[in-house]
Structures are given as C-alpha cells and as structure tokens.
Design a protein around this ligand. Sequence first.
Ligand code: BG6
Ligand code: MG
Length: 220
Amino acid sequence: MKGALFDLDGVITDTAIYHFAAWRHLVKKHFNAELPDELEEKTKGVSREDSLQIILDYLDIKVSKEEFAALAAEKNQLYVHTLKNLSQNDILPGISKLLIDLKQHDIKIALASASKNGPFILKKLGLTDFFDAIVDPAKITSGKPAPDIFLAAAFALAISPYDCVGIEDSVAGVKAINSAGSVSIGVGGDELNHADKRFNNTADLNYQDILKAWETYNHN
Ligand code: BG6
Ligand code: MG
C-alpha cells in the first residue's frame, strides 16, 4: 500500500447532510416540493450538476439551461453558507489519527472528492497540509461511479491505482474505486457491501485494518 485516496463529504467531515439540506431548501422554495430520504443516497458522491438533474428528474420538472445554472449556483450559496462555522471540531472521529498514521507510514494522501468546495473545506478543517494532491473535479469528464477521479488521484500521486486504497461513504464512490482497481474501503451501512472492506463509521477506521484490507484484496 502506497497511497490513500479520500472522499471528503461524509468521510472526512459530515457535510453530506448539509448538501441534501440545501437541495431540500432550494426545491421547497422554487417548486414547493419535498424530497424523499431515498434521494439523498442517489445524490451522494455525485457532482452538483448531476445531483440537480437527478432531483429534477424525480420531480419531473424541465428547466432551461439558464435556470439550471441559476439553481445550481443558488444551491451552492445555501450550502456554503451552512459551512461558515466549520472548524477542526467538525473532523469526523478517527480521521485525524488515521491521517497522522498514514503519514508516519509514508503513505501518500490524495483528495478524490466530487466537490468543488474541497480545498475550501480542507482549509477550514485545518487539514490541507496532509494532502499530497487534490484532484480538481472540474477537470474530470465522468464523475463517480466512473473511476476517473480515483485514477486521476492515483496519477497525481504518481502511484499505481492498484497500490492505493480509496475511502468512501457513497454507493457511487465505492463503485468508482472498484472500477479504478484500488481497494475500496466503505464507511457506512449495508448499502456499501460492494466495498472490499466496510466499516460502520469513521471511528472504526484505522491504519492496521486498512493495510490488512489492502494486503487481502489488492489486484496486483
Ligand atoms: C460530493 C457530495 O462530495 O460533492 C455530493 O457527496 C455533491 O453530494 C458533490 O453533490 C459536489 O459538491 P459541490 O460542493 O461541488 O457542490
Ligand atoms: Mg462522500
């Protein structure tokens, strides 16, 4: 194991809930509609634009290109507003220790998040310096579940994807890691049973078990 490719929202910090809350707020305001809980998983790991399309399809609403762009921008404003008090206290349990342990074992660390707010959030959490590479999702043509962002993260570290683990909380993200040929570490419930190794929550993540998972499941 030479590299660790991290998702952000729902793995490093609990911003996954803020994303969906912002979508709910937007949809209530513009269309006076509610979104069911099931839609949250479908928008996890998925880009802002793809998430909006999934939501509009669910509501069976068609909008112009301009309206689409305006809705996406407004959702982001709502979302970013909820991040204003984000601090080191919002790093999920187990993550700081894991990052320290990975560094101590000379494992390179990359961010493979679909979020364009990734660098801003890492800064607020005080974690930027742990990352050897941060993939710019704007430069990735196919989002999760396509493997592209994890392949780009491994490439940025100059490490084979086979020598990496990817850590994800979303169904789409675990699929992306599996397709990239890295060992997938899922953080969440049974919906992530397609992960090579699953932990119920971030507090259970630790270097030794992740290394063991890589040794057991790597595709070299
Ligand atoms: C992912 C989230 O990390 O980032 C998705 O899981 C979100 O829910 C996506 O849509 C894009 O985020 P942003 O911050 O660029 O709107
Ligand atoms: Mg996530």
